[in-house]
Write a protein that binds this ligand. Sequence first.
Ligand code: TRP
Length: 450
Amino acid sequence: MASSRGEFSSRLGFIMAAAGSAVGLGNIWGFPTQAASNGGAAFLLAYLVLAFTLAYPALMAELIIGRHAHANAVGALRLISIGPKTRFLGTCSGSIGFIVASLILSFYAIVAGWMVALGLSSLAGLVGLSDLSQWLGEFGLVRNIVFMLIFMGLTIGIITGGVQEGIERWSTRLMPILLVALVLLVAYVLTLDGAGEGLKVYLLPDFDQIFTPKLIIAALGSAFFSLSLGVGTMLIYGSYISDKENLSVLGGWVTLIDISIAVLAGFLVLPAMYVALHNGVEIFTASGALISEDTLIFTVLPELFATMGLAGVIVSVVFFVLMSIAALTSSISMLEVPVAYTIEEHGVSRRTAVIAIGSAIAVCSTIILFNFETLFGLVVAITTRYSQPLLGFVFCMYAGWVWHRDNLLQELQKGNPGAEHTLFWKIWPWYVRLVCPIIILTIFVQSVIG
Ligand code: TRP
């Protein structure tokens, strides 16, 4: 069975693919906007602490279970179950993960479609096609549907190629481009007037805000979303890792790359907002809150670019191409969740599974677009605020309580014979057993009653 499944060809291939999944709109759009509206540096600090202490252990739970089972989440949770009850719970949680991953993709593809359209809009402006540029830049229903479909088409195309030819190949090509583009943009924006003000907000914490529940919930949500946790994405990527690899190190790399890119994107977005302010673009309401948080970069950044002349057009193209690439290496990891499940549990061919599921998700996205005001925020909240932490909790419980400790150690020893003497083994097992579930639940309860 395992031999007919795909596998990443190398350590680098896995790191690129998993970091590609993790690095996405969440890092470049979500994290900086959340930071901007939750006290800047205070949010950054909470995010860093939660990412290393909670998200990394939760990521490891998914990777280890996935690699052990070499199967999708449903198959994997069933395999490590110890009786009919845990088997049943495993089947349910894995299946919910599959649905949540599909729903996340259905809103993600909409936002990613905007990125593609805005990038093309700048390009069209550059070559003088101003009508086209304007149409591409406006949030019309037709444009939104067309570009969501284009983006889904790209995602479907890559996933049809499978693990090595699709996921690994494209992530390894696109991730370096993304990093270079991001560094160039940061360097450029930091030279502009007003950037210093943004840096201050980003780097000098307001300690009054650090322990507010709102900030901590937002930071945890951001960290979970950013590391693609809780729906089986990382579990399925883990299942494609060769037994030779040292899992805790690989997971550490992915976490480090993901967090670094989020932090780096903060150095772009926050200073850019204050440059925009400096150039006369309004970004705060009279009460001092940010104007429409979620759509911030879709309105503020294009306005900022527009104040910068030709340089602005080029920066704009680079920025939106960057966002589109980041989104694509993430969206493929979402689609892989239901696809792998369908191939493995129902014996369908990859091609058929990809086309059927991809089309169904595109239909969901279209429904959301037709009812944008009511559905978009709702789907985002249900999937990211509630389902992801809860499913993350389930994965931790399986790794910590259901699965036998000896088997866990054996799995780690495959790629690292001295695993039992590592710091990781001294801390992580009780950590996922107790600390992660308790903190996730506490924050979850807070977010429900708050
Ligand atoms: N982590 C990605 C981002 O930051 C999004 C993502 C990819 C994701 N796969 C996921 C989020 C699975 C939740 C679940 O944009």
